[in-house]
Design a protein around this ligand. Structure first.
Ligand SMILES: [Zn+2]
Length: 87
């Protein structure tokens, strides 16, 4: 049952359904007209899969990275994957 989809400042990861403990949740694109929120781990999987899309383990639509044009200020460190040098 879905009670409150969005509590105050809390979001659930679209891919794995875990609560996201972040002030600003990361976003993914379903390529279906929706932008959804994902946790950092799933975000990394999505980023790694790129144009192939990431299939969430629990099922559902594939997720793709959001186009970078959505970011307004490039200097903002809060919207990237800060540790992408780790493979
Ligand atoms: Zn997740």
């Amino acid at each position: 049952m879905m009670t409150a989809a969005v509590e105050q400042g809390r979001f659930r990861c679209f891919a794995c359904d875990r609560l996201i403990r972040r002030k600003v949740p990361l976003e993914a694109d379903t390529r279906d007209g929706q932008i959804v929120f994902v946790g950092p781990e799933c975000f990394r999987m999505i980023a790694a899969n790129g144009e192939q899309g990431y299939r969430p383990p629990k099922g559902g639509p594939r997720l793709y990275p959001v186009a970078p044009q959505a970011v307004e200020s490039r200097s903002s460190p809060s919207h990237g994957a800060p540790d992408e040098e780790h493979e």
